[in-house]
Structure formats: C-alpha cells, structure tokens
Design a protein around this ligand. Structure first.
Ligand SMILES: O=C(O)[C@H](CS(=O)(=O)O)OP(=O)(O)O
Ligand SMILES: [Mg+2]
Length: 234
C-alpha cells in the first residue's frame, strides 16, 4: 500500500525476508496491550525473551525480575499475558521478561531493524506520531500467520494516522471486537484471561507513549518511546 509520502507493507512473521528499516510489530490481543499496561504500572523495561527457557534462565539469574508468559499461570513465572491482570500489579521500577506466542516472536524477528515499534490500539496515536516522515514502514501482523483481524485492523488504522489521515476509528475497533481472538478470550478458550481483557485491548489511545524495542547487552529490550514530557505513566 502506498500512502502520501509513505510506503507501507503488511507482512506476517513468516513473510519477512529482509530486515526493514522501520518495523511496527502489532499484537493487540494481548502482548502489546499487556506491555503498555506494564509500563503504565511503572515497569522500567521489558525484556522480550526468545523462548520459555530463556525467560526462566533470566528469572533465575535475576530473581527480582518479573517473568511473564502467555497461557495459564506456570511454575517459575510471576505473571501472565493479561492486561486485566497486569493492571492490578505494581511494577514500579521493575524489569519484566515477556514471552508470548506471537507478539514477542514478531519483535525478535525484526530485531535488526533501524527502529522497532511494538504496538496495539492502546498506543496507536503515539505510534503513528513516531512514524511521521518515515518513507517506508513495515507492519508485522503477528497473529494467525498475518491474518488476525484485530492486528490487521490496528495496523491499517495506525498506517492511516501515520500518513496524516483521520479515519473514523470505529470500524477498525469493530473488526477487532469481532475477531477470533476476541471470541476466544471472551469464551475463556485462551488461558490466563481476565474478564476485562478484550475491553482493555480495544481502548484506543489509552496511553500517551509508543513502545520501541532495541538490542541492549544481547537482549531485546522494550521501553516507552516518544512520551510527551510530564505525561506520567502510573
Ligand atoms: O496471550 C495471548 O493472547 C496469545 C496467546 S495464544 O496465541 O492464544 O496462544 O499470545 P500473544 O503473543 O499475545 O498473541
Ligand atoms: Mg495476539
């Protein structure tokens, strides 16, 4: 898709063949909604782990870090990939380790890109703002081999906002609300679910910051990015 002054691609993780200059990794339900809530609750940084063993190894070496995975609560992990559950957790100053099925895998797949933003609806506007003026943006649609309707809808909405359009967000949010992921969460097919998860994943621009991941000391580390001064996160 070519928008005014911006070439955009929408790719599944498996379709990535080259390292893009700018990547926006989308996971609405639930990795990057959960991550945004972790920052809102005070987390300093989120280490994106490549495997459950890596996450557990990091936790072992850093017992004060908070290890989080998707699915049901599991031995060795402190938290699950649920915005509704993370919302009630004080993470002030903490390092979180996150490992999920789709979102964290997508971010690690573009770890060498010049800029890696991780996004969902709750940080849509801040993400679009961070993309202004970028000539080429690759959206990594992490869910369901690139076909997850909630991730596609969010990617397309952010792409329009980044290009300077002002689309009505309602149809995009409706698509996400009607997605298979939303149905699975509402019916507790997925594990580690809080009853408010879907609603929290559909809150447009809940937070003023974007989130950028970059390599640090051999780890892929996610941090708030481009937050307006003095906006406060907790
Ligand atoms: O926690 C989630 O909702 C999913 C888990 S799964 O795809 O349903 O197994 O992980 P995410 O990486 O946040 O899409
Ligand atoms: Mg997902």
């Amino acid at each position: 898709m070519i928008m005014v002054g911006m070439e955009t691609r929408f790719l599944a993780i498996g379709e990535l063949t080259a390292t893009p200059p700018v990547a926006v990794v989308i996971d609405v339900m639930r990795a990057f909604t959960t991550a945004a809530w972790a920052f809102a609750r005070g987390a300093e940084r989120i280490v994106l782990a490549g495997s459950l063993d890596e996450a557990l190894g990091l936790k072992d070496r850093h017992p004060h870090w908070v290890a989080l995975k998707d699915g049901a609560p599991a031995p060795g992990f402190d938290a699950v990939n649920s915005p509704g559950r993370i919302r009630g957790t004080d993470l002030a100053g903490r390092t979180v380790v996150q490992k999920t099925t789709a979102g964290t895998v997508g971010a690690l797949a573009v770890r060498d890109a010049g800029l890696v933003l991780c996004a969902s609806f709750v940080v849509a506007e801040a993400t679009a703002r961070a993309l202004h003026g970028r000539p080429e943006v690759t959206f990594v649609v992490t869910g369901e081999d690139g076909r997850a309707e909630e991730d596609l809808a969010c990617a397309e909405y952010i792409a329009h906002r980044a290009a300077g359009d002002s689309p009505d967000p309602a149809p995009y949010l409706r698509r996400a609300a009607g997605s298979a992921a939303a149905a699975d969460l509402l019916q507790y097919v997925r594990k580690g679910v809080h009853e408010d998860d879907v609603e929290l994943c559909l809150e447009l621009d809940r937070f003023p910051f974007a989130m950028a991941a970059a390599p640090e000391d051999g780890l892929m580390v996610l941090r708030p990015y481009g937050e307006p001064a003095g906006s406060g996160r907790s």
